[in-house]
Design a protein around this ligand. Structure first.
Ligand code: URA
Length: 208
């Protein structure tokens, strides 16, 4: 079973409260999503594999460690894009892939409309990002999509999750670790997270 990490960090809790506020405007919302994504990525990279390297300092040889595998950040379009800058501010050399999926508002099924991934994606540790893990349908489709392209190591980073979505990912993808900045009690009839923060994409891009 993949692990589920829900942050208990005071900085993240504070920023989540600001995100939830319906009066928080788009500019601030976007900035806070970036900050939370960066803090969450810090937690999610805690167990990255390291290799030994010897570095010549001006004084002597230092026995150091560096990250063993290359990293790819993969936002699920469109709301996931709001998180990628946070991750890239910590690992600027990561490559970025995009997966375009949207949730059909009637069937709630996931529909793919775009995909562009780094050519060596199968060799990379992938950090898949989407701010809302609600039903899990979109995340499931994106993970399936990456698995089909040979990706083995996937961590899913989200700002807010519902137990329904977590259950889907844990059951269907036991090898995927989930890192969530916060978890809410459940979904409403429209599959929105309650109390949630509304439509993350609209709030990030100011489209409502
Ligand atoms: N997507 C969102 O943007 N918000 C939700 O509450 C659920 C899915």
């Amino acid at each position: 079973m993949g692990k589920i990490f829900v942050s208990e960090h005071p900085l993240i809790k504070h920023k989540i409260a600001m995100l939830r506020n319906k009066d928080t405007g788009s500019k601030e919302f976007r900035e806070i999503v970036t900050e939370i994504a960066m803090l969450l990525f810090y937690e999610a990279t805690r167990d990255l594999e390291l290799v030994d390297v010897d570095v010549e300092t001006p004084i002597a040889t230092a026995h150091c460690k560096m990250i063993a595998k290359k990293i790819a950040v993969v936002p699920i379009l469109r709301a996931g894009v709001g998180m990628s800058d946070g991750l890239l501010s910590v690992v600027p050399n990561a490559k970025v892939g995009h997966i375009g999926l949207y949730r059909d508002p009637v069937t709630f099924e996931s529909v793919e409309y775009y995909c562009k991934l780094p050519s060596d994606i199968a060799e990379r540790d992938v950090f898949l990002v989407d701010p809302m893990l609600a039903t899990g349908v979109t995340a499931d489709a994106a993970i399936h999509f990456l698995n089909e392209r040979g990706v083995k190591n996937i961590n899913f980073l989200t700002i807010l999750s519902a137990p329904e979505g977590v259950k889907v990912i844990q059951e269907k993808h036991p090898d995927v670790n989930i890192f969530s900045a916060a978890m809410d009690p459940g979904l409403n009839d429209h599959k929105y997270i309650v109390p949630g923060l509304g439509d993350a994409g609209d709030r990030i891009f100011g489209t409502k």
